[in-house]
Design a protein around this ligand. Sequence first.
Ligand code: PA5
Length: 451
Amino acid sequence: MLKVNIENIFGFVPKDEIYSLEARVAEANSSIYNKTGKGSDFLGWAGLPSRTFADTAELKRINDCASRLAGLSDLMVVIGIGGSYLGARAVIDALSSNFNALLSKNERRAPLVLYAGNNIGEDYHTELLKVLDNADYSLIVISKSGTTTEPAIAFRLLKEHCEKKYGKSGASKRIAAVTDSSRGALKKLADSEGYETFVIPDDVGGRFSVLTPVGLLPIAAAGFDISKLLQGAAGMENICRKECSFDNNPANLYAASRFSLYNLGKAIEILAGYTPNINYIIEWWKQLYGESEGKNGIGIFPAGANFTTDLHSMGQWIQDGVRNIFETVISIKEQCHILKVPNDANNLDELNFLSGKRFGEINKMAELGTSIAHVEGGVPNILISIEKLDETNLGEMIYFFEKACAISGYLLGVNPFDQPGVEAYKKNMFALLGKHGFEKESAEIRNKLKL
Ligand code: PA5
């Protein structure tokens, strides 16, 4: 079971101060469950794991579609951005071999998942098309609004490629869409082309949607067990709902700790892991917390680090730079494989003191040594430990972070479920590209840029 240990922040914030937030955290919880807080139309994620886990018909439909697409494909292209991309990638990367792309078809458990529409790179998408020329593939297109530019243009491109390659009716069997129940261009398109379609519930926002078909369909298509993922999340949902005390409720403890640290001037949180498998968990977390909290001139800046790699790049800054940071470490107890340092009779590299030791043990000592050094260097340290990287533990962790994020947002006094700031770049981009309806903005921006 996931645990949060905050002993290494007590040298910075007294324990009493954190525990004195208990009533405010309880209030945030009741705003979530009673739907009385800001953004209360978007609280569907709070009971989602148990609800979806019990919906065996929908789970079967997701798994059946995933197997059908997988059966047709060596490659699966998942098209989406932000909350319609990061959660699936986080789970798939965490559970896959680091070298999945290099494995043979037989060694790989399911199609290799590739991503599109998460950027507008011309070279990226050209190179992707070249890869797709020579492989059998399917597409999962995901957009709640159905109007986001990045995935929409990528889908237009890939749909055309797919139809040229397999014919219109062949392509429609290889494409599944995940979108809003009734609105948006993607819904209209999917209905008219006859794609299999899955719905993102109205009351679940993008960055809280990994446990809807947004994440579940690609994760199932990549060969992983979505029931276990939901079961893990439902277990955490239960704990977070029932356990009131800080000590037994990890989401409450994490939210209160980071809020206390923020009030102390620790404006940057670095989420660190010690295995590349969780790099995209960190990316997903950055989006979840960044979009939820950073508004009205406040909010903790969520940064990520991949240790020990980044100890040789950002390590100096973290140890010795401006003391406005704190660190949250995801610690994974068990590794999937056993690998030991070999003995060398000549010992010319003087490493025989490590002979026979597991890489995991050395990594753990790096983790412990780093946390001691960082705390002594003035960086408070929160430790989140999980048993291992599997579906159940990832499900627990996903729900834990979502719940703590909502509580954190309410403690800060912001609406954790909107993202008005994201519109600013879109408005300028549409104005510059001459989108219909943006004529006034277009004139203004062209004037500003003296175009
Ligand atoms: O969290 C969010 O709401 C956003 O990151 C969205 O997921 C992202 O902008 C993609 O939106 P959509 O799914 O509508 O294409």
